[in-house]
Ligand binder design. Structure first.
Ligand SMILES: Cc1cc2nc3c(=O)[nH]c(=O)nc-3n(C[C@H](O)[C@H](O)[C@H](O)COP(=O)(O)OP(=O)(O)OC[C@H]3O[C@@H](n4cnc5c(N)ncnc54)[C@H](O)[C@@H]3O)c2cc1C
Length: 451
């Protein structure tokens, strides 16, 4: 198994020439900090409005999670139960419809800009793998419009992909898959003239104009957008609004024979219904990319080491892959990689404006940012242009995570309890009261652990 820092997708997309770092002092209408999907969609939207925008990226645009995720380009329909609880039914539905629009706009953008990001709108399947997880499907089906989320019987689920683990499922036709690095690098190419790479922002001064400073220059602007994903954990006023964990992916060699056995030719992306979710999809050349969101928590704002690639978690992810698809026993894993996940306590993206400063932010995609980062980009561009946005993504009552070291120790304890609970549930064994109590604890603090 090859562990690569950047994963398979960036290698498949080909090498890039770095854009020049910021050198000197410049001015702009808006400075965007972070060149992943969120920052780049924001910059794109702003430029469409005629604004002068500068993107400052610490490394290379699209080389963070935006270039190495699973490529599930999803709407927000599976979040509908929590959105209804938080915003009421009408606003929740409005937000989900906007997320459908965003997935469509990503496909249309690729088409219009000649970017072959393998955009494939063949829908998403959530398959239950334990009786205890059926309730997850039922909660979504109970509130979602019938044309947006459809129930699948066990036979219908297994007709799409014949894993022996699958029970019944649900299907979201509006969701798509992409080759994530091709999408990120396509955006990067379209914005190249406004991007500075290897330009980490080390200070942001507010009061009148904002001034973003890097090692060799500064940008003075009317507004700033923070699109830094997990690095937001290091931004003082926002540090208690997210925790950071990791997700890992293993990629098989081409396995056309196994795909034939599974009858998995529809191009759907699939997850189970667990809290620490397994997610899987096929590639154009007949591989299976299989991810697991069960990585360890990062202590505080530390983002390197096991948050980037955790060999033990990658190994475990491989074992889970074979359990889901026994036909893959003995087949080669060509790549394994991981990356940080910006976990929001509500499990919904956090979008807003800092108190008293024209500094707008989006983070907390919680492993579901490919589609929603486009929606965030629309909202951030509107905020930075001084426009109103009535989308419910602007959260009026953010939930906070506990301070360190409680967040790390408590979070690690809860993670272990969830892993135990889900293993027992899948083995059809009863869950002990202590494990139940620990997994129930976050809810008391208003923290939503899970999907
Ligand atoms: C292994 C894995 C699998 C995933 N699978 C999926 C999936 O299938 N579907 C899905 O929807 N989501 C998935 N996600 C989540 C998804 O990738 C993210 O939600 C999304 O890419 C977030 O985009 P972003 O632009 O906010 O963040 P990033 O892509 O992380 O971009 C942030 C950028 O900010 C830069 N930056 C940070 N600090 C500074 C600074 N001080 N100065 C300048 N630049 C800075 C970083 O270098 C980085 O490039 C997955 C994530 C991982 C790790």
């Amino acid at each position: 198994m090859i562990h690569t820092a950047h994963g398979y997708w960036l290698a498949e997309a080909g090498p890039v020439e770095p854009a020049p770092p910021l050198d000197g002092d410049v001015s702009a209408d808006v400075v965007v900090i972070g060149g992943g999907y969120t920052g780049m969609w924001t910059a794109w939207q702003l430029r469409e409005r005629g604004a002068k925008v500068v993107v400052l990226e610490a490394g290379l645009c699209g080389h963070g999670p935006s270039g190495r995720n699973g490529g599930f380009c999803e709407t927000l329909w599976t979040h509908l139960p929590s959105l209804v609880e938080r915003y009421g039914r009408d606003r929740a539905l409005q937000l989900c419809e906007a997320s459908v629009d965003s997935v469509g706009q990503i496909g249309a953008w690729c088409e219009a800009n000649g970017v072959d990001a393998w955009f494939n709108r063949r829908g998403y399947v959530m398959a239950s793998t334990a009786p205890a997880h059926d309730a997850e499907l039922d909660a979504i089906l109970a509130v979602a419009p019938a044309d947006r989320v459809q129930p699948l019987t066990e036979a219908e689920t297994r007709a799409r992909c014949d894993s022996p683990r699958f029970r019944r499922g649900l299907y979201v036709p509006d969701d798509a898959t992409v080759q994530p690095a091709r999408l990120a690098l396509g955006l990067r190419g379209a914005l190249r003239d406004v991007i500075h790479e290897h330009s980490r922002v080390t200070a942001l001064r507010t009061g009148g104009d904002v001034v973003a400073t890097t090692a060799h220059g500064s940008v003075r602007a009317g507004a700033a957008v923070l699109a830094m994903n997990a690095a937001t954990r290091g931004v003082k006023p926002l540090s208690n609004r997210l925790s950071v964990t990791s997700s890992h992916i293993v990629l098989t060699e081409p396995v056309h024979d196994v795909l034939d056995q599974l009858n998995w030719h529809g191009g759907e992306c699939i997850t189970d219904a667990r809290t620490f979710v397994h997610y899987f999809r096929t590639t154009r050349d007949g591989r299976i990319a299989f991810g697991w969101g069960g990585g360890r928590l990062a202590p505080g704002a530390r983002l390197n080491g096991r948050i980037e690639v955790d060999a033990e978690v990658a190994h475990e992810t491989h074992q889970h892959l074979v359990a889901m698809f026994p036909g893959l026993q003995g087949r080669r894993i060509t790549h394994a990689w991981g990356g940080p996940i910006d976990v929001s306590p509500s499990h919904l993206p956090q979008i807003g404006t800092l108190d008293g400063a024209p500094v707008h932010y989006a983070f907390g995609f919680t492993g579901n940012g490919v589609g929603p980062s486009h929606l965030a980009g629309r909202a951030l561009a509107a905020l930075a242009s001084g426009e109103r946005t009535d989308l419910a993504v602007i959260d009026p009552s953010p939930v906070k995570v506990p301070p360190e070291p409680f967040a790390f120790t408590g979070g690690s304890l809860v993670r272990r309890a969830f892993l135990r609970k889900e293993r027992l549930e899948e083995e059809a064994r009863s869950v002990d009261p202590l494990t139940r109590a620990v997994t129930a604890a976050p809810k008391i603090l208003g923290i939503h652990v899970g999907r």
